[in-house]
Design a protein around this ligand. Structure first.
Ligand SMILES: [Zn+2]
Length: 109
């Protein structure tokens, strides 16, 4: 084993370590930029109509606040809202229709 000038193998090792460090820094930078981009897009699109881009308004539908666009007439549902509305709406016409078609008892399916 010799002391003094590092061997080519040692130099290659240190260069590799340096490249790994730079690559990791670049990956972190990309990740941070993606988060910033996600945040920027969310701010830009929050409560905006996905069809026409105008501002959305909350309106009540069967006791559930849904997002409606008064510009293009679209109505948009957040996660779980459709299920709540169908459940609430199922007290009148749909229940009677189901009763007429399949009998009044609940189906055990
Ligand atoms: Zn719209």
């Amino acid at each position: 084993m010799t002391l003094g000038k590092p061997s080519e193998k040692e130099e290659a090792y240190f260069k590799m370590q340096e490249l790994k460090k730079l690559r990791k820094l670049r990956e972190e930078e990309c990740r941070r930029m993606e988060e910033e981009e996600c945040r920027r897009l969310k701010e830009l699109h929050w409560m905006r109509c996905p069809k026409c881009g105008m501002e959305l308004n909350e309106v009540e539908l069967y006791g559930v606040m849904v997002d409606a666009c008064f510009s293009c007439g679209g109505t948009f549902f957040d996660k779980g809202e459709v299920e709540k509305i169908l459940e609430a709406a199922d007290t009148g016409f749909l229940r009677r229709l189901r009763g007429a078609l399949f009998g009044s008892g609940n189906t055990a399916d």
